[in-house]
Design a protein around this ligand. Sequence first.
Ligand code: TYD
Length: 139
Amino acid sequence: MKLKSNTVFDCSVIDVSKIHNTAGNITVVENKKNIPFDVKRVYYLYDIPGGESRGGHAHYELEQYIVAASGSFDVIIDDGKNSKRVTLNRPNFALHIVPGLWRELDNFSSGSICMVLASHKYDEDDYIRDYTEFLNLKK
Ligand code: TYD
């Protein structure tokens, strides 16, 4: 399978809007309204021990919105030439990660929750879990 030639510059932090209320805020993400792909799966990481890192893979096709639903963490995206560290710390901002990029997550604050909105169902064949293989496929 061909790995997409996307770069870190194709990823951006999106302000997904916020309905403000003195009793608490609501953020809504709705297919075809404020997300550029149809969400097929939602998962979240939580109870992450201090100092732990997650991710460490790339995807052939999967596109994601990553949101700090609570607390904060960093996402490092890497296209084989450039890498970028993005801090997420507000539930109304999402990092849009396009396919074909290596990603790692670290610097999780205590009690943080990383929510991921994903464009496809879980498919292990869509993963590249070896960084050297990723670099070769990116050439
Ligand atoms: P993995 O993608 O390696 O975690 P991360 O990149 O966040 O560090 O997934 C960890 C385990 O969970 C692995 O055995 C696959 C499984 N998993 C599912 O079964 N379904 C899913 O939707 C996801 C994201 C993971």
